[in-house]
Design a protein around this ligand. Structure first.
Ligand SMILES: [Ca+2]
Ligand SMILES: [Ca+2]
Length: 80
């Protein structure tokens, strides 16, 4: 009975660690938007190499900034 409880705790610990790892990988819009103006400029995107590489593809209206909607496409694509 005690072993079962230890197993359950161990499983819970592993799941918690996995969840934290995913959270670290996810890029938050607010974290990239350094000046909090609601847009990610190319300079701000430069903090993440993958984001900078995808910048022109994500900037659908080609105004040189990523809105939260445009940035959301990157978050989804990188999670796949
Ligand atoms: Ca900004
Ligand atoms: Ca744009």
């Amino acid at each position: 009975m005690e072993n079962t409880m230890k197993k359950t705790l161990l499983t819970a610990a592993i799941m918690t660690t996995a969840t934290l790892a995913i959270a670290e990988d996810a890029l938050e819009f607010s974290a990239v938007d350094a000046d909090s103006n609601g847009l990610i400029s190319m300079e701000e995107a430069a903090v993440n190499e993958a984001l900078l590489d995808s910048f022109s593809a994500l900037d659908l209206d080609v105004d040189g900034n990523l809105t939260e909607d445009e940035f959301a496409a990157f978050t989804v694509a990188s999670a796949e």
